[in-house]
Every structure is written in C-alpha cells, then in structure tokens.
Design a protein around this ligand. Sequence first.
Ligand code: ADP
Ligand code: ZN
Length: 615
Amino acid sequence: MNPLLKNFIFVILILLVVGGIFSLLYFPTSTPNEISATQLISDINNNKVKKITVSGDILNIVYTDNKTAISMKESGTGLTDLLINLGVNKDSLQKVEISEQPAQQDLWSWLTPLLVFGILPLIVFGFFFWTMIRQAKSGAVQVFDFTKAKARLFGAEGHGKEKITFKDVAGLKEAKEELVEIVDFLKFPKKYLAMGAKIPRGVLLVGAAGVGKTLLARAVAGEANVPFLSVSGSEFVEMFVGVGSARVRDLFATAKKSAPSIIFIDELDAIGRHRGAGIGGGHDEREQTLNQILVEMDGFEKETGVIILAATNRPDILDPALLRPGRFDRKIVLDPPDVHDREEILKIHSKGKPLGKDVDFKETAERTPGFTGADLANVANEAALLAARQNKTVVDQKEFLEAIEKVLLGPERKSHILSKKEKEIAAYHEAGHALVSTFMPDTEPVRKISIIARGMAAGYTLQVPSEERKMKTKTGFMSEIATLLGGYCAEKIKFGEMTTGASNDLSRASEMARKLVKEYGMSSLGPISFGEKEELVFLGKEISEQRNYSEKVAERIDEEVDVIIKGAQKQAEIVLLKHKNLLDKVGKDLIEKETIEKEEFERIIGVHKNNSKKS
Ligand code: ADP
Ligand code: ZN
C-alpha cells in the first residue's frame, strides 16, 4: 500500500479513538434518573433528601438512602428562592445540606472546544511528522545527518587496524625523509612554535595509483601517534548543493577537536580541479566544497596542530589556489618502485606467509618492472592463494611467477574453449608477434607465448623488459608497431585472410603511430607537438583534444601515420616470409602445448636468430 495512504488511514483511526475517549469523559454513560422540580420538593418535604450539590443549572441530589438523582433549575435564580417559591417546607429544607460546585460545567464547556480544535490537531500533526521522520531516517536516505563527513578515523588507539609506521613502507626514501619533519612537529609542536618556525599545513602526495600514498599518510600518523581522519575527495561530491561544504566544516571541526591530528584527503583532484573547468557556471557543488576547504585551511591557527595530507595522481589539473603558500605548498612525489624497492615491498607483503626454499624475491622483482606497490602486494597475495588452492604447505617461486602473469593479464580463462580452427589461427597469430619481435632491432625478449585466453585477450605474447627504460628510440617504436602488426600479418600469410582477433593490436599500433607524429616529433613534420590535451569536465571526465593546427597539417599527419603503419607492416611481412618455416614450427608447437616458455622458444629459433644477426 502507498505509505502516504497508510499514514492517512492511521491518522483517521487515531482521531476516532481520541474522539471516543472524549465523548466518554464528556457524557458519562450512567445517566442518573432525572426528576422534576415538584418531585424534588415533595422528596424534601418527606425528609428523604440528604444533600443537593448545585453546579450551574444542574442539581445533583443525594437521598438519605444514598440513591442519586439530578434535576434542573431555571438559570438565574438561587436554589433556595426557587424551592421556597415552589412551596417547600422550610424546616425540611434546613435539614438538607446544600453546596455549590462552581462552574464545573462551564470549565468543560470551554475546555472541550480548546481540546478538540487546538491541542488535538497538534498531537495528530506531531505524530504524523514523527512517523515521517522515522521512516525517512530508517530508509536509504539519511535525511538528517548527511552533512557529516564520513571520515574514517584510525585513531592512535588503532580502531582495530594495526598501526602502520615507516617500517611498513618500503622504498620511498626521499618522501619519508621529507615527512619526518612533519612527524616531529606533530610530536613536539612547542619546539617549533618557540622558534617561530612555519610548519606546512598542507602536504600534497603526488603519485600514480597504488604507489603507496595512503599507506605513507597513515604511516605519518602512526609514527606521530596521532588520530588519522581519512576522506576521499569523491565522497564530497554529492547530489545536494551545500552538502560538500558542510562536510568539510564538520571534518575540520572534528580534526581540531582531536588535535594534534592528520586529515587525509584522497583523490583531491575530484574536488580540487581547476575552477571554471566544469559546465554549469561557477557555482557548482564542487566549487563550493573547494572554497570551503580553502577557507578552513586559511582559518587555521598556527597552534592548531592539524596537518592536512592530500593525495592525487593529477597534480596538473589542480586549482592553483590550492597550491598557494599556506595551503598545499609542499609537494612530495612518490615514484613507482625500482628493482630494489620492489624486492623490499615483496618481502614486506610475504611476511607471515610460509615460503618455499626456492623463493627468489630478486627474480620476482626483476620480472615486474612498472609494477606499483599495490600490484606487488597483489602478486604476493595471489601467490599465496595459488599455493593454497593446490593444497601446498608453502608458497614456492613457481606461484610467484604465475601470480605476476595473473596480475598483469587477469586470470587464465581455461573454460574459454577455442574451436580447432580458432586455436590454429590464435597460434599463428601469436607466433607472428613473437617472431617479428625477435627479428626486429631494439626489442624486448619474448618471455612467454600462450593461446590460453586471459582477461580480454584470446592469446598473448609476453615481453618483459630486462631492464627498466625511461626513454625509447624511434627504432624501438617502429619495431613495436611491427610486432603489434605481426599477428595480423601472420594470419594473412598463413590463411590468406584476417580475423577480428587483431583489432586490439591494430588500434594500439595506430595510436602509437599517431603519437610518434604528433607528440614525439618522429616524422617528416619535424619536432613540433600537435594538439593540446585538455581536460573537459562533462558528466564525469573526458579528455578532449584542442586542435591547434590547420586542416592542411591534419592531412599531413594522416599521411605520416599511414607511412609509419604501412612501413611497419612491410617489415613484419618481410620477417615472417623470410622465416616462414619458423612460423610454422612455433605455430604447431603452440597448438600442441598452448604455452611456450622463453627457453623453449629460444631453442626453436636460436640457431636462426644467430645466423640472421650475423648476416
Ligand atoms: P595509493 O593511495 O597511492 O593509491 P595505497 O597507499 O592505497 O596507494 O597502496 C595500496 C597498497 O599497496 C597498500 O595498502 C600496500 O599494501 C601496498 N603498497 C603500496 N606501496 C607500498 C610500499 N612502498 N611498501 C609497501 N607496501 C606498499
Ligand atoms: Zn595480437
């Protein structure tokens, strides 16, 4: 039933009940027998009446045998006069006790309307509102306390979570060194205040997702042993205007109350992006929230002892007002971990896991360039899960290596069955990638080839760099594009036609070619950067490109991209035609084994590669 209708019926019922109660009070059910005035006089004269109580015009009569009756008199006349006029015996009358009960009737007569028309509706309305509020509160929308920031408090007491210190954060040496000062200030604020030293209020932690920004912020709180209030920028952005800023106020009030303390704002870019970038004028919710943060930060006294740490992976889109002195004027960059740090992170996350004798953190670290701390934590966990699933008592290196692939590509989809023909196509496709990569200059060695579907891909060729590189050459790019087209070309050479399996390769190759021309200056257009990337906020995020070049240049860009792609395709085809026998060998091997490891692949092609390098 419609809840409103239900409430309405409920209210009507209440009205009926209350009305009933009043009518009971007002009209007593046992109406005593009413007697006429003549009857009363004869009763008095017969000495039967003990007592008469006058209330208004009603006479309540009590007889000597304790029976009661009522009678009425004309209003305006006294009772005694009336009785005498009617010829009562005076002697008898004197024996009757007469008392007045003033205006009892009158009291009710004005009280009743007041009750019915004044107080009763109030009660009914009050009840009505009360049920409404109760319903609203128990529902999904917490109407009355949604201005509270949903800050999670990891207090000094721990709140069930174990305390995190710098010991739990591997690597990030420079970042830790910078934050030691903050820890010291939170511990001994007087020391710094006495010196008149300015302590940064806001510190911006900049780094890709998963590099340990949150972890580091919690470690600062843990080291200083102060409460840690954590909110995410996206939590401030709500449907209702004004909620975000109310939450900010609430958050800062809470932090001040528990000072010294740390406020941690994750995803600061969700609220702190450049003002005016959004649509809908300059007064949207996000801006109000941002302004409130600025107001709160400016209003801080030196002595407050609240430090604000914020995390973002897009410092470039933050509003400049946030970065002004006195606000987030300290910026700490967290780099992805290098080989040594990765080893340390793996060690930290393998603590408490029973490890086999052959576990080699160094090897695992070497095989995971580009992995963040979060990825590595994931690898350690996946390795343990894999070992447990096989009912092993320890986690071996084998599980760690398998976990790397799982984190990199998603879980194997063994259930994804390829038909015989599909399997053949997939095998030659992957063999094509692997061979082109092997025979092109400046490429990474092939680690593994597989036609077992993983994540989105039907098969994959894994190339992991032997060393980390920050820069790439044009030769390297060309080889990479050729490698991407290797699958497509192999299909064409072997089967004479192409399948949809190559579409992802093609889009990656085209994107890379476009970048070579427009961003890296690696074409005949010369060292000019074309197109400005600009962030447009429209229903979430979207990156659009501002075209800052002419129609003519656009044409030339397209031509250059065409040259690069066609060139790469030519190279891939030359390699595959030259080594057609190898393509068949690797393809057949893949169909049979589904997965080929580095060693085996090198054994198949080894001789040829050496020969071709020599020639
Ligand atoms: P971010 O906030 O930068 O996105 P987090 O701090 O949430 O990343 O990191 C996610 C997880 O990754 C952490 O909980 C931790 O387990 C792991 N991690 C990341 N960096 C490190 C590190 N340097 N040392 C140890 N563990 C790390
Ligand atoms: Zn492919």
